[in-house]
Design a binder for this molecule. Structure first.
Ligand SMILES: [Zn+2]
Length: 497
């Protein structure tokens, strides 16, 4: 069965049915109404986002004998009917990617000056225009410089960067965007309804998400995954490898409500179903990301901080999946870290994270009032601040590193040990220069100092050393080299490489 039969059937026949691209739709409708249609349009954008469908609509609006509301083709006159059947001689559709297309573009320059055969205008739609040869572009350019009044051009491309600037500058350009999941879903459920396909929202949502903003792919999948008039999530989820949105939403709800048991239950359900945990985490983080961007837009700093922390922890779980002895363990740990009682206790001082975020987004913070020693003591008890001694910092090192946001920095600190505390100078020892340098990058050092300051309630300056072992080995290497040099001196030879 032809996978794009449904797509063809549901091609938009008027501007109202065009999915997404509202700005382009409005601009074109206004141009048609005011009779200011450009002689050359350039439609660029990802595949399946409606470029060719829009081009046909514009062509029909130009040629139709009986425009509706001054802009929509009637789909009833002889011209509309012939265009819908693909047989109007004055609408010339060229696929520049095909061999025939190359010849057609070559002919174009000669034939363009002939008057239209039946309609009042000749309309050229050139698809995949970026595939044209240099010669063809030159021919097209000449035509675009002085198009005959009866000729209109609509060029479409998925690769705008391959189009010469000289061509672009002679066209009115529209950039088609990926269609939103919501718009895709609305269109899919309309088609399902018209085709009497029983489909649940979960399945339609999964198809929309998998289609990456392309309507053609979305409708193709709808067609492909429907069996006996039914679209079932079991099959959709399996073929597309997507997770049940109920589980994804349930996970977020559980974590937000600190419902550790509920969240763990979802992990076990995923495991029992044999779901791809990697895929689940990927989708979950993607959902968190969407919400994070929304919270940035709305300026909800508290939510932003919570979401960033969740993303960090789940990304860490993702990294550990492939080395886990028990497959679901990293996910379980992530869930407990976020919702569990241990973390809940630590979060008494969470507003500080929010303050940091607020600073990053440029909000002015209330100046901090100087605390009296008495207040400081209380605060230290409230937040469970750790004592400012080397032993205490050492003991609490995992708890300190856990609060670091940047994953690479966190990793570097995990491999390090605090070795000396003098006044406010804390010396940290690293195994390698690599980790040492990572921590000493300005922003990183500031973050580490801020975190230690948070948990100890004392300002701290970080000093670093690299474990002596490495230094020793360098010294020893030099010694060895000296011995070789001496030997060479004695025997008068050269080192063979
Ligand atoms: Zn018509």
């Amino acid at each position: 069965m032809d996978q794009i039969a449904l797509y063809r059937k549901y091609r938009p026949h008027n501007f109202d049915n065009l999915v997404g691209q509202d700005y382009i739709k409005t601009t074109l409708v206004n141009a048609i109404k005011s009779n200011h249609i450009s002689h050359a349009y350039l439609f660029s954008g990802p595949r399946g986002t409606g470029k060719t469908s829009t081009a046909r609509l514009v062509a029909k609006a130009l040629i139709c004998n009986d425009l509706q509301d001054d802009h929509d083709p009637c789909n009833k006159c002889e011209f509309c009917k012939d265009i819908n059947m693909g047989r109007l001689i004055d609408l010339i559709e060229i696929d520049a990617a095909s061999n025939r297309g190359i010849d057609e573009v070559r002919d174009l320059k000669e034939k363009i000056n002939f008057a239209p055969t039946r309609a009042k205008y000749k309309v050229y739609i050139i698809d995949e225009v970026h595939m044209m040869t240099k010669e063809a572009f030159n021919a097209l350019l000449k035509t675009l410089e002085e198009p005959p009044s009866h000729a209109y051009f609509i060029l479409a491309t998925t690769e705008i960067h391959k189009i010469p600037e000289t061509i672009i500058s002679r066209c009115q350009r529209f950039d088609f965007r990926r269609i939103s999941n919501k718009a895709l879903m609305t269109r899919l459920s309309y088609i399902a309804q018209m085709e009497k396909i029983t489909a649940d929202d979960k399945s339609l949502e999964a198809i929309s998400k998998s289609s990456d903003g392309g309507l053609r792919d979305a409708i193709g999948l709808l067609e492909q995954l429907t069996t006996d008039g039914k679209l079932q999530f079991e099959k959709v989820g399996e073929v597309l490898g997507v997770s049940d949105s109920n589980l994804l939403n349930g996970m977020l709800d559980s974590l937000t409500n600190k419902d550790t048991k509920g969240a763990l239950k979802i992990v076990h359900e995923l495991h029992d179903q044999g779901s791809d945990l990697k895929k689940f985490i990927h989708e979950f983080v993607n959902n968190l990301r969407t919400q994070l961007l929304e919270s940035v837009a709305s300026g909800d700093n508290g939510k932003m901080a919570t979401l960033m922390r969740m993303i960090d922890i789940f990304q860490e779980a993702q990294n550990e999946l492939h080395i886990a002895i028990i497959p679901q363990l990293p996910l379980e740990i992530a869930v407990i870290k976020i919702a569990g009682p241990v973390v809940a206790k630590m979060e008494v001082s969470e507003p500080k994270v929010e303050e940091k975020v607020a600073e990053k987004v440029g909000e002015k913070l209330e100046p901090k009032a100087e605390k009296t020693p008495e207040e400081r003591k209380h605060k230290a008890i409230d937040t469970g601040a750790i004592m400012f001694t080397l032993a205490s910092i050492k003991d609490n090192w995992p708890r300190i590193t856990e609060r670091i946001k940047v994953p690479a920095l966190k990793q570097s600190l995990k491999s390090a040990v605090p070795v000396k505390l003098e006044g406010n100078d804390l010396t940290i020892q690293f195994n390698t220069n690599f980790h040492k340098d990572k921590v000493m990058e300005h922003d990183h050092r500031v973050e580490v100092e801020a975190v230690i300051n948070e948990v100890t309630d004392k300002p701290v300056k970080i000093l670093v050393v690299v474990k002596e072992l490495e230094i020793k080995s360098v010294v020893e290497k030099e010694k060895e080299d000296n011995i070789v040099d001496e030997a060479l001196g004695i025997f008068g030879g050269e080192v063979m490489n």
